[in-house]
Write a protein that binds this ligand. Sequence first.
Ligand code: AMP
Ligand code: MG
Length: 411
Amino acid sequence: MGCCDAPGLMPIEQAMDKMLSRIQPIEATLQLPLAEALGFVLAEDVLSPIFVPPFDNSAMDGYAIRIADLEQSNVLPLSGKSFAGQPFEGEWPQATCIRIMTGAQIPQGCDAVIMQENTEVTDAGIVFNQTDVKPQNNIRPTGDDIKQGDIVLPKGSRLTPRDIPMIASLGISHITVVRKPKVAFFSTGDELKPLGEPLEAGQIYDSNRYGIKPLIENFGCEPIDLGIIPDCPDILKQTFEKAQKIADVVVTSGGVSVGEADYTKDILEELGEIGFWKLAIKPGKPFAFGALENAWFCGLPGNPVSAVLTMYVLVQPMLAKLSGHTEWKQPESIPATTRTAFKKSPGRTDYQRGVYSIANGQFVVETTGNQSSGAFRSMSLANCFVVLERERGRVEVGETVQIQLFNSTLY
Ligand code: AMP
Ligand code: MG
């Protein structure tokens, strides 16, 4: 059975293409102190202005020697020291050695460092117990890590805690990054109650904003929380008008499923041009995307799992493109063997929530249980999506499925 058996449903790849083909990266840039640049996307290649390390230095605490001296005698008197930040200065007499510490500059003429564990201090000098000494032993040469002029990070990378100290090692204090996209978001629904207040009949707590905000932040964007908006056309319209003035993207939850989509559609048609899609994914079928006058619009389904899932699967790549994050990668699929059965009917691609582990070097996966799109516990318990192909039916124990390990944005 193919997607033709689910008429009118748009494959997720097609939805993604439609979105991405329209988005152009933000061009505005800013200069930031390096310490504040975590999570920003580089607007330019980072080139190294220096060699790292900037001078030959010792990888060990020990003694700097000339190998030729050691070939004459294995006892060499000490004639000075080179400590980190305090290089050896002056003449280095033949047939002597220099005390040297890790990171200290290698004295001129030295062709090896002997680690102190292989030596003894005696009245006659330092006794070297190591016979086989190779040239450059324990010497970290200039530029060993990075050469002057190297592109250490390309434009379009998003700065991680691993990148920042590398840039710091180049002495670069400020860095040019792309301005973070501003993403305004709100929940819609008369039934929604803010946290901290008792529920009345028919009400539920608004959990979606608590799922959407951290994702916006983890995608490297700036969240603007516009709260809970009732299902009231006037207030909705005002909120959309305000949101699209202050943000690059407006994300809503709720109001896009059949029934509610009608009045949301009317409002949005006045404010821009929006497509209401029925996607061939489960959960997350209803989804809206389009352009308001000054901002993009993503309408997520209200069910909490669907909202977070469509944020992750569809809105994440779109925000990556908008951020200029060209180095962004789709989460990879890995084959895993099922340890539980997975309920499924053909027709849509399922993103079931699973828990993977590794047994005997192989990925295995089990379900988190209740897969209702309203049951958010299934997300909280999971560490991966079990992506079951459109045409696939029920999956039994022992079958192979594709899993997508959550990327860092869900941790
Ligand atoms: P809707 O897409 O508005 O038809 O909502 C679908 C389901 O999701 C309904 O059961 C809503 O009550 C629920 N829902 C909508 N918005 C939220 C929200 N912000 N937090 C939790 N549940 C929600
Ligand atoms: Mg609703």
